[in-house]
Design a protein around this ligand. Structure first.
Ligand SMILES: [Zn+2]
Length: 685
C-alpha cells in the first residue's frame, strides 16, 4: 500500500548470470489452495451472502489436525478490536463509528466435504495479543490429520456486513471495494505450525498461492472489476452473475459500482509500442541478457475510474505501461493476462493505494488533471508503486506481518528507481525533473531522531509512522545503499535472481541476503546485521586536515656545540610559497560519528588535479592518516560516489582547503555556495 509517509513527504517537498533456463523454475511451486466462491452483494444493506468451497493441500512434510482461517472483516466490528485499538483515536476509526457502519462477518455453516459439521468445534484465537475482543482468526480442529501431500475440502456459508470504507475495504455510497471479504485460510508452515496473525493497524497480509473462481452477483449493469479475468456473465432478474477466475494468486479482491459513477477503460500493454528502447538497452547491459531474453509478453489493462477523472486516463495509462515495462525488465515478465486498476471516487480515497494480485487501486483527485494539482508526481508515483506490488508481494509473497519491508521496502527501491528513470528519460510530464525521488526518501530517513529497525514485526513499532518510515523509505534507501556498495550490475542481477527464484513462494530476509551475497560474490551479512536487523546508522566525517612543510623548521638548531638561529627563507610577499621541490607532511583525521561500522571510500584530491581513493574500514572511532607528498591536498571527500545513501548527514564529509585570499571579503560566501553546490550535485539536496 501507499503509506501516509509519502503523503507527508509530498506535502513537505514539492553473479550469477541469469540463464534463460532459470526462467523455467518459476512454475515449480505447488498450489496450496483452490477456492470456489459464490457471493451476492446487496448494495442497500451493504451486505454479502456467500458460499465458499475451498480445498487446502498440505504442501509441508508435517501432518496437521487443524485449520486456521482469517475473518478479517471482523477487524472493523467494534472500537475494541486489535486493529481499532492500534489505530487509535483521531484517525479513520471516528468515521466508522460516527456513521454506525461497523463491519463484520460470520461463518453460518462449516462442513467437511463428507458432511461432518465442524462449526461446534471452531474457536476464536488471538495469537498475537490475547485481546478477547478481537475476532479476526479462528482455529478449526479436524477429525483427522491432513497428511503431507494430502488435502481437505471445506464448505463454508458466510454472511458479512461491509464497513464504511476503512483500511481499503467497505463502501462509500454506491461504491464498493471488497478486500479481505471472505473466510481465508492461513499459511501452514510445517514445524512452525499455522502462521496466522490477527488483523493489525500497521500490517498487511500473508497467504498461499492457488486458484480462485469467484461468482459475483450484483445489480444488472453495474461495473465490476476483480482479480483475474472474466470468464462468464449471466443476467438474472435485474441482477447479474459475473464469474472471474484467477490462477496462481494468493488473494482475491473486487469492486462494484453503478455505471453512473464509474466508467471502464479497456486497453493493453504492447511491448513493441510501450517498452522504451533505451530501457531495454540499459537493462540488457546491467543484467547481461539479450533482447530476446528480456522479451515481455503483451497483456490487457482494465482501468475503472470515476467519470469525473476521465481526463486523467492518458497519464494513468502511460504510467502503468512504463511500470509494466520497468518491472518486467528488472524483475521478470508479468505472468498474468490482465491487470485491473481502480481509481476510487471522491470520498472513497481510503480505498486507494492498495494492492491485491492482478488488482490494484491508485489514488487521484477529480481536479488532478488541472493546474496546480496536475503538478504533483503522485499520478505516476502511485501507479508505479501499486503496480510494483504485483511483484513485491504479489509474486514474491513474503510475510507482510513479520517482514513488511520485503514488500513495501523492496518495492520502494524499485519504484524510486523506476520514477527516476521515467523523469531522466523525459517519459512523463516535465515537472518530474524537479523532483529528487531519492532525495525525498533520504530526507524521510533523516527525520527520525531515534533510529528505527527495519526488520521487526509490523505491529510492534512504537508509533505507526515509524512502521511506515522503516518499511518504506529506510528499506528503500538501504537497498539503494547495497546498490552503491556492490555496484549497479551486481544489484540488478541479484534482484532479478531473487525475483525469479522466489516467484510464487514466500521469501524471507535471509533469502534476500543470500541471493545478493551470492550474486555479488560479497558476504553482505555485516550490512544486513547492522542496517536491516539492527538500527545502526552510518555517519562519517573529515575532522581536520593539516599540512606543513617538511624541513622548514624555524627556531633554534643545535650545531653540535651550541644553539644558533635557523635562517628564515626569503619573504616573497603575497605570492604563495614555492612548493615544487618541497615535501609536505599531511595529516588527515577521519571520524565515525555513527554506530554503523563499514567500509567507506575516501577521495583525496591533490593540488595538481589528480585524485586517489582509499578505503577506510571505519573500525575505529577516528583515524589519522599521515602522508608525505610533494603536493598539497586540495580536497578530501568521504564517500565521493554517495554509495552510502543511508548516510543522511553528508555536510561534514567534505574538506576543502580554504583559499588564502583574505583580501576578498566574499571568499566565505563563495565557499559556502561551493559546498552547498557540491552537496546538491551529489544528492539533489
Ligand atoms: Zn505499498
Amino acid at each position: 500500500m501507499m503509506g501516509r509517509l509519502r503523503l507527508w513527504i509530498g506535502v513537505g517537498l514539492a553473479a550469477v548470470a541469469i540463464s534463460a533456463s532459470a526462467q523455467l523454475a518459476w512454475s515449480t511451486a505447488p498450489d496450496v489452495v483452490d477456492y470456489s466462491i459464490e457471493v451476492s452483494l446487496d448494495p442497500e444493506s451493504h451486505s454479502l451472502q456467500g458460499t465458499e468451497t475451498v480445498r487446502w493441500s498440505n504442501a509441508t512434510a508435517v501432518p496437521t489436525d487443524e485449520i486456521w482461517i482469517h475473518l478479517y472483516l471482523n477487524a472493523f466490528a467494534s472500537s475494541e478490536t486489535t486493529f481499532m485499538r492500534e489505530l487509535g483515536s483521531g484517525s479513520l476509526r471516528g468515521r466508522v463509528s460516527q456513521t454506525g457502519e461497523w463491519g463484520w462477518t460470520k461463518i453460518e455453516s462449516l462442513l467437511l466435504d463428507d458432511g461432518t459439521d465442524l462449526l461446534p468445534e471452531m474457536e476464536f484465537v488471538r495469537p498475537d495479543d490475547q485481546n478477547v475482543d478481537d475476532f479476526t482468526v479462528v482455529r478449526i480442529p479436524l477429525p483427522e490429520a491432513v497428511q503431507p501431500g494430502a488435502s481437505v475440502e471445506l464448505v463454508i456459508d458466510f454472511s458479512a456486513r461491509l464497513p464504511w470504507i476503512i483500511a481499503r475495504t467497505g463502501f462509500v455510497d454506491d461504491f464498493f471495494l471488497l478486500g479481505q471479504w471472505f473466510p481465508k485460510i492461513a499459511v501452514f508452515e510445517g514445524e512452525r505450525g499455522w502462521n496466522s496473525h490477527q488483523f493489525h493497524a500497521s500490517s498487511e497480509f500473508f497467504a498461499d498461492f492457488g486458484t480462485y473462481q469467484v461468482t459475483m452477483e450484483v445489480p444488472q449493469g453495474w461495473v465490476v472489476g476483480a482479480s483475474g479475468y472474466e470468464v462468464e456473465r449471466t443476467p438474472l432478474d435485474g441482477r447479474e452473475r459475473i464469474v472471474y477466475r484467477a490462477e496462481r494468486v494468493h488473494d482475491f479482491a473486487w469492486c462494484a459500482a453503478p455505471p453512473s459513477l464509474m466508467e471502464v477503460f479497456e486497453t493493453d500493454f504492447e511491448p513493441s509500442r510501450d517498452l522504451p528502447a533505451p530501457w531495454l538497452a540499459q537493462a540488457g547491459t546491467l543484467l547481461g541478457l539479450s533482447a530476446a531474453e528480456l522479451e515481455l509478453p503483451p497483456m490487457r489493462l482494465r482501468l475503472i475510474l470515476p467519470r469525473a477523472q476521465h481526463a486523467l486516463v492518458p497519464r494513468m495509462v502511460r504510467a502503468l505501461r512504463l511500470a509494466i515495462a520497468w518491472y518486467g525488465l528488472y524483475y521478470g515478465p508479468y505472468p498474468y493476462p490482465q491487470l485491473t486498476v481502480v481509481s476510487p471516487p471522491a470520498g472513497a480515497e481510503e480505498a486507494g493505494g492498495m494492492e491485491y494480485p492482478t488488482f490494484i487501486t491508485t489514488g487521484a483527485g477529480n481536479l488532478d488533471a488541472y493546474a496546480p494539482f496536475a503538478w504533483s508526481p503522485d499520478i505516476e508515483a502511485v501507479a508505479v508503486h501499486e503496480f510494483g506490488h504485483q511483484y513485491f508481494q504479489g509474486l514474491l509473497a513474503s510475510n507482510e506481518f513479520e517482514q513488511a519491508w520485503l514488500d513495501e521496502g523492496l518495492n520502494t527501491y524499485a519504484e524510486v528507481s523506476c520514477m527516476t528513470a521515467i523523469a531522466d528519460g523525459d517519459l512523463a510530464p516535465d515537472f518530474l525533473h524537479l523532483v529528487s525521488f531519492w532525495g525525498q526518501q533520504r530526507l524521510a530517513v533523516g527525520a527520525a531522531s531515534l533510529p528505527v529497525t527495519i526488520d521487526r514485526p509490523a505491529w510492534t513499532y512504537r508509533q505507526r509512522w515509524r512502521y511506515f518510515l522503516a518499511s518504506y523509505s529506510k528499506t528503500g534507501v538501504a537497498m539503494r545503499t547495497i546498490q552503491g556498495l556492490i555496484g549497479p550490475e551486481a544489484m540488478a542481477r541479484g534482484m532479478r535472481a531473487y525475483a525469479e527464484r522466489f516467484r510464487f513462494r514466500h521469501p524471507t530476509g535471509d533469502d534476500l541476503q543470500a541471493v545478493l551475497s551470492e550474486v555479488s560474490d560479497t558476504d553482505l551479512g555485516w550490512f544486513f546485521e547492522q542496517a536491516i536487523r539492527g538500527d545502526a546508522t552510518p555517519d562519517w566525517a573529515v575532522l581536520a586536515v593539516r599540512q606543513r612543510h617538511v624541513g622548514r623548521a624555524t627556531g633554534m638548531e643545535w650545531d653540535g656545540a651550541s644553539w644558533r638561529e635557523i635562517e628564515a627563507p626569503e619573504d616573497d610577499g603575497d605570492e604563495p610559497p614555492e612548493t615544487q621541490n618541497e615535501l609536505w607532511a599531511i595529516e588527515v583525521d577521519l571520524a565515525r560519528h555513527g554506530d554503523l561500522v563499514g567500509p567507506v571510500t575516501v577521495e583525496l584530491t591533490w593540488d595538481d588535479g589528480s585524485t586517489e581513493r582509499r578505503l577506510w574500514d571505519s573500525a575505529a572511532r577516528w583515524e589519522r592518516w599521515r602522508l608525505e607528498d610533494s603536493r598539497r591536498l586540495e580536497q578530501v571527500v568521504v564517500d565521493p560516489d554517495a554509495a552510502w545513501a543511508l548516510e543522511t548527514r553528508r555536510a561534514d564529509n567534505y574538506w576543502r582547503e580554504s583559499p588564502a585570499r583574505p583580501r576578498d571579503p566574499l571568499w566565505w560566501l563563495r565557499e559556502a555556495l561551493l559546498n552547498a553546490g557540491q552537496l546538491y550535485l551529489k544528492w539533489g539536496f
